[in-house]
Design a protein around this ligand. Structure first.
Ligand SMILES: [Zn+2]
Length: 119
């Protein structure tokens, strides 16, 4: 298992393999968070934190929420609010050890307007 951790270490999660592709999205929220997103099936990500140690953010149609550490503020992942084990979960790969993502391909995604890849 490969672990991602917030800065203070309170909020952690584990994935089964290193990401091969990372999404760099320019939508209104992703550009502010500065995340690089690695997608996994929700059922394959092991969340290692207590609900009381995180805060969430959702807006608009409230389909997705972003989860961050309530201590240090690092955003760990985003998920469908009414998701299933097969729903995608976006893990912020910035919270992995940099070695884990060193060889991953970063794809720029236009989440702001066209919802298409820019590369
Ligand atoms: Zn933290």
């Amino acid at each position: 298992m490969i672990e991602a951790s917030c800065h203070c270490g309170t909020v952690r999660l584990e994935v089964i393999r290193a990401p091969r592709v990372l999404l760099d999205c320019n939508c209104s929220i992703c550009r502010r968070y500065g995340g690089l997103w690695a997608y996994y099936k929700a059922g394959s990500v092991r969340l290692r934190y207590r609900r009381r140690d995180v805060e969430t953010y959702a807006w608009g149609d409230r389909m997705i929420r972003y989860i961050r550490c309530s201590q240090c503020g690092c955003t760990l992942h985003h998920e469908r609010i009414k998701g299933t084990a097969n729903s995608p979960i976006g893990v912020n790969a910035r919270n992995f050890d940099p070695v884990v993502i060193a060889k991953a391909r970063v794809r720029r995604f236009d989440g702001a307007i066209t919802w298409k890849f820019l590369d």
